[in-house]
Design a protein around this ligand. Sequence first.
Ligand SMILES: Nc1ncnc2c1ncn2[C@@H]1O[C@H](COP(=O)(O)OP(=O)(O)OP(=O)(O)O)[C@@H](O)[C@H]1O
Ligand SMILES: [Mg+2]
Length: 889
Amino acid sequence: MTINTYLQERNWIFSNMVNILKTRGSQMVDRSKLTPVMQQYMDIKDQHEDAILFFRLGDFYEMFFKDAEIASRELDITLTSRDKKSDDPIPMAGVPYHSATSYINRLVKKGFKVCVCEQTSLPGESKIVKREAVRIITPGTVLDEEALNGKSNNYILSLFFNRMFYIAYCDLSTGEFNLEKTETEELFPVLYRIMPSEILIDKNNVPEKFFLSLKKNFFITEYKLDQETSDKGIMKEVDDLFLKKTGNILIDYLEETQKGTLKNIGKINIVENDDIMKLDVAAQKNLELIDSMSDDNKRATLFGVIDNTFTSMGGRKLRKWILTPLTDIKKIEKRAQCLEFLYNNSLIRRELQHLLKKIRDIERLINRISLSGNNPRDLVSLRESIKASNELKALSNKYGPLKEKIQSISDLRSLTDLLDRAIQDEPPARSSDGNFINNGFDEKLDELREVSRNSRKWLATLELEEKEKTGIKNLKVKYNKVFGYFIEVSRSNVDKVPENYIRKQTMTNSERYFTPELKEKEAFILGAKERIQNIENEIFSRIKKETIGYYGEILEISDIISELDCLLSFSIAAFKNRYVRPEIVDERILEINDGRHPVVEKVMEDDFIPNDLYMDSENERFYIITGPNMAGKSTYIRQIALIVLMAQMGSFVPASFAKIGIHTKIFTRIGASDNLSMGHSTFMVEMSETAQILKNCDERSLVILDDIGRGTSTYDGLSIAWAVTEYLHSIGSFTLFATHYHELTFVEKYLEGIKNHNVAIIEEGNELVFLHKIVNGTADRSYGIHVADIAGVPETVIKRAQQLLEKFENNDNSQQDDEEADFSSIRLIDRDTLSDQLDLFQEKSTEKYFKYGEAIALINELKKIDINNTTPINALNKLNKLRKKARKM
Ligand SMILES: Nc1ncnc2c1ncn2[C@@H]1O[C@H](COP(=O)(O)OP(=O)(O)OP(=O)(O)O)[C@@H](O)[C@H]1O
Ligand SMILES: [Mg+2]
């Protein structure tokens, strides 16, 4: 599923959900006629109107009224009714409590909120059992392991607007909490990078156009902005008032949904994006970094190719690294240096791989332990993971540039020792199942276990003895939950029962008895059982508390491990795919030899043809690329962007050599993507994306343009493409522009720094051979009809198209038969007329325009002169050069 379809689906569900829940229909009920339990239900439901209420009744969660109807439809469960006999029965549907999680996950995935209401008193303690809403589960607050994707974060985000956007976002399952601010035009790129599952927003706080777009693209929960949000503990440290406010809003909501304080959120990161490359929304989508645009091959993404991580937290970090390439050379080089070390040491690679495989998602484990934590297996997994990280620490000397990082892993030996001593290796999944604390850990527990073991022996002996005493061969000592321990005798032997047996229960084929002795032992055994359980629970809580005490250290280990995992992943990708280490420089230069597209080369059956590129600010910085359809233009320009991106992530790149000058922004305008749901036509989307690029690009940007101006009439399109070319040239961004407007190649003649390239092909008779090789110069034709033929357009249409093309190309204005006259009157392409127009265009109306473009270029050149570092003679030469240019204008 592409991001777009995913979002559309989510929106659809969400708008439906609101409609459905608003008409839930329970308001119509006369409450005085309801039973006390149903009145209790109504009171709780009143406070959670927008959620589906899972109301605990014994072993089931029941849903009523509209909630029941929705649940029955969405979960495919039976819709029944309560008080069937009444005139107005209440619709009802239920799920067993032990399998509720998967039902809840399914509802949340479909865009519903679920409120879980539990019994909070024991039966008999009060008139009716007390019940309370204990947790609200929304897309942004799911914590269940099954519902989360290991290799991606699940963020919930709050937005606050005050001339710019203030953002707080948190992944409840990892405890990560970030604050970030952003200019309004950067909002969507930032949100696409974070990809929150839920956004909290006050409709009256954000400008309407933003609200509408947000609502179209994300799962929105509306809240009412309270002017006086109180300062939450962790927010006290934050200086920026508005960041503090948006943080408080998020914490308020999380506390409301979790029904308590957030035990696992203790640290706030203020995200500064100064040394991060900016990727606009289009670049994130079009370069297929994380999500593929095609539905057929979901893994055909950069993430899919370079993700060889072994841990989930490594996978999550890799995603972040891909979406936030660095701009600080030192940081990039540091990563690349570590990567090179791993790349050159296959033994170390294998060893690290082996150790990482043993490490579970400790970031989520420790959070789960601190939030709910009733699974003893989590403690065992944590213990084994920390042990593996300790094994790694012990080997740190071998790890060259990674040594320091690995040495900084805290060994937490006291924790692993404690867990070793306390918890059995294969405990049950729920602490309530009991019997998971090791023998020898707690004296009292050992004693009680001994008692319980002896009692069992005593019972076995009792059975033997009684059999002998009474001569009843099939006499049995048994236990059940309701009646406790008893002696069972079959009906045929009842006459042999001695006098001291007291009847307890009569069955069809047998009688059950107890003796005072057995009764006494029963009280003792059951007492011991209960005490064992209590002691185990108490030990478990103590150990959990101690483990949670290491929260900070465990997150630090997780961070180091995830970083190692990413570097290892890069090195494996580099090794498997023959990547090289790029040279990173702080100059305006891009030099790539034998570059390849990292994703296309993986999915191709034939060999991928590598291509070069050379750009610098003095000579060539703008490629206009023409060439037939299917030649490889789009592939080439994307591959350049991907190589730059990979290099700045610290990764190696698919090339034989690469020298990469740091870029601070990458922009793309690629393909026709409709956004009809936003009320924009294809061309409108294309132009607004182009506008964004022109407004935001600078001379440290890389701009990728694929076929812009195609969605309108030829003249309009060409004129726009032309003007955009001149404008970008004047800014100085490195640009790659693939186009079918061959006329555009004319620009090379009068703007320095622009170079025409095309993709070579060979014509063999009627066949075209695509060489996929980028060469200097201009293509003369698009061979579109040929490609249409390969694609299976019917032969008659192809023939007719060829006929028409010939006519257009040969300027055949002579006699036409009637049929052709009809076509020619509406023809769109007439190359001859087009070139006539173009001449006119160049000579007259646009003459001024070209001059304007050249003037801008001249001004920019003037601006760039560094007078303090120019010798007099160089200054004179430069002046002379500039004067020559000015004279030509
Ligand atoms: N360097 C290459 N080596 C091998 N095959 C390639 C190469 N570049 C592209 N191809 C193949 O050619 C196909 C078409 O490439 P691409 O989409 O880049 O063409 P294009 O020139 O942009 O066409 P159009 O003008 O129709 O947009 C790719 O899907 C791929 O299979
Ligand atoms: Mg293309």
